[in-house]
Design a protein around this ligand. Structure first.
Ligand code: HEM
Length: 454
């Protein structure tokens, strides 16, 4: 049983992770937990891993499963055997435990656990199209399914494909910044950070220009489906996400059929043709893959741009240095990824009993690897609280580690390496204190009001 000091700290971290406020700066609390309890167990079976070495070990440990749907879909993980009713009871009990543990102030929030629970509940009873779609993606699969899907998608999504996108990314960046600088001030998230990666991924997939707005709308509904607070508190948000999942699947299935008969130079055609011996992706697998790429391809890069720019705006010397030394761009982008990562946590479920950082983790427990905390571990990074644009080495965990290492890492970097230098040329000035979003696993800004010079 954890000591009372550890519990008090753990409570604080849980509050911070889950509450819809306190998003401005999670790092002081991460630091305290990491220094004293890098592998911390909350009393309700959720582990928080904040130390760098432990986080890497956890991300690479095959006894920790990414197949979270089946865990929570299997009510034994919470409350013993039973059907959906038992699952709801299990989730309710978890919330009750959580409230008791962290204090009544957290009632308005919902943890990643609940997101997982909601996904599982909604997919396991066959009514949740969104949960059903999410649980089939390679992000939530283990080997051998994961190995097979990853191998096939890697044949289509290659570094060469990303390289060929450079001129188009440059064109889009110039176009969006041209529009943004036309006004005295703008919200960078809406004017630039969202449209850039979304247009890139739509074009990469081969979505005809006239249909891209539909994809944007569906994608926004799906992202809301990922947000535990919205889906738990607003049934219409969940219903919208389900409807978007059905519609986007039907639309993508249509595109796959078209591309099977008339291949083009796009990712859907390449996914349709990708083979490994006799093995090929089925149409329904291509649909799921494209839906994942659509969400993963924009919800993250958006926040690399937003989080990165706000970090730079708070350190004008770094902006001057980057402008004076453009060759810093590759390391600078990695440093922004480390400093305030768009993805702060990765969750796994223990498939077996295992030992991590000297603690015994029992089979069935959920392990939340707080990569955002590990990326500030002073045992791994010198002066981790400083933004050092030429930091090297910089083995941050912003793209994860191990078999689920981000498939789009090269694409995200290509976009950021073009976007940041172009953006900084326009001498951005912060106009108002920015608002952070309430989501937990994804860290990002609601809005970023700035002025840009021509
Ligand atoms: C700054 C931008 C990005 C960040 C910070 C990011 C972060 C991550 C992280 C942390 C994971 C691993 C999650 C885990 O281990 O549970 C991941 C996986 C993944 N990412 Fe990204 N990502 C970014 C951009 C992209 C882009 C642009 C795409 C595609 C267009 C993409 C596609 C994927 C896919 C498909 C996976 C699943 C890989 C697997 O399970 O094998 N990501 N990403």
């Amino acid at each position: 049983m954890a000591g009372s000091a550890e519990q008090a700290l753990g409570r604080e971290v849980i509050r911070l992770l889950l509450a819809t406020t306190h998003r401005d700066d999670p790092y002081p609390v991460y630091r305290r937990l990491r220094e004293d309890h890098p592998v911390h167990r909350t009393p309700f079976g959720l582990w928080l891993v904040t130390g760098y070495d432990d986080a890497v070990a956890a991300l690479r440990d095959t006894r920790l499963s990414s197949d979270l749907g089946s865990v929570v879909g299997n009510p034994a993980a919470f409350v013993g055997e039973g059907g959906p009713v038992r699952q709801i009871a299990g989730i309710a009990r978890t919330v009750a435990d959580l409230v008791e543990y962290a204090g009544a102030g957290v009632v308005g929030m919902a943890p990643e656990l609940l997101r997982i629970g909601v996904l599982a509940l909604r997919s396991s009873d066959g009514t949740g199209a969104f949960g059903g779609l999410a649980s089939k993606t390679l992000l939530l699969r283990d080997p051998p399914d994961h190995t097979r899907l990853r191998r096939l998608v890697s044949r289509a999504f290659t570094p060469r494909v990303v390289e060929t996108l450079t001129p188009r990314i440059e064109e889009l960046v110039a176009h969006l910044l041209g529009k943004a600088t036309a006004d005295a001030h703008c919200d960078l998230m809406q004017a630039f950070a969202y449209p850039l990666p979304l247009t890139v991924i739509c074009e990469m997939l081969g979505v005809p220009p006239g249909d891209q707005q539909r994809l944007v709308d569906w994608s926004q509904q799906l992202v809301i489906g990922l947000d535990p607070v919205q889906t738990m508190t607003d049934r219409s948000a969940a219903a919208h996400a389900d409807r978007a999942a059905v519609e986007v699947s039907e639309y993508l299935a249509f595109l796959v059929r078209v591309r099977r008969s008339e291949p083009a130079q796009d990712l859907i055609s390449r996914l349709a043709q990708a083979s490994d011996g006799d093995d090929q992706l089925r149409d329904d697998e291509i649909v799921v893959m494209c839906a994942l790429l659509l969400i993963a391809g924009h919800e993250t890069t958006v926040n690399l741009i937003g989080n990165g720019l706000i970090a730079l705006l708070r350190d004008r010397a770094a902006i001057d240095r980057w402008l004076a030394e453009p060759a810093l761009t590759p390391t600078a982008v990695h440093e922004l990824l480390r400093y305030d990562s768009p993805v702060q946590t990765a969750s796994r479920r223990a498939r077996d009993d295992l030992e991590l950082g000297g603690r015994e983790i029992p089979s069935g427990d959920i392990v939340m690897i707080v990569t955002g905390a590990a990326n500030r571990d002073p045992d791994q990074f010198d002066g981790p609280e400083e933004l050092v644009l030429d930091r090297d080495p910089n083995q941050h965990l912003a793209f994860g580690s191990g078999i689920h290492y981000c498939l789009g890492a090269a694409l995200a970097q290509a976009e950021a390496r073009i976007a940041f230098p172009a953006l900084l040329q326009h001498r951005p000035q912060l106009l108002e204190r920015p608002q952070w979003r309430t989501t937990m696993a994804i860290r990002g800004l609601q809005s970023l009001p700035i002025a840009l010079t021509h």
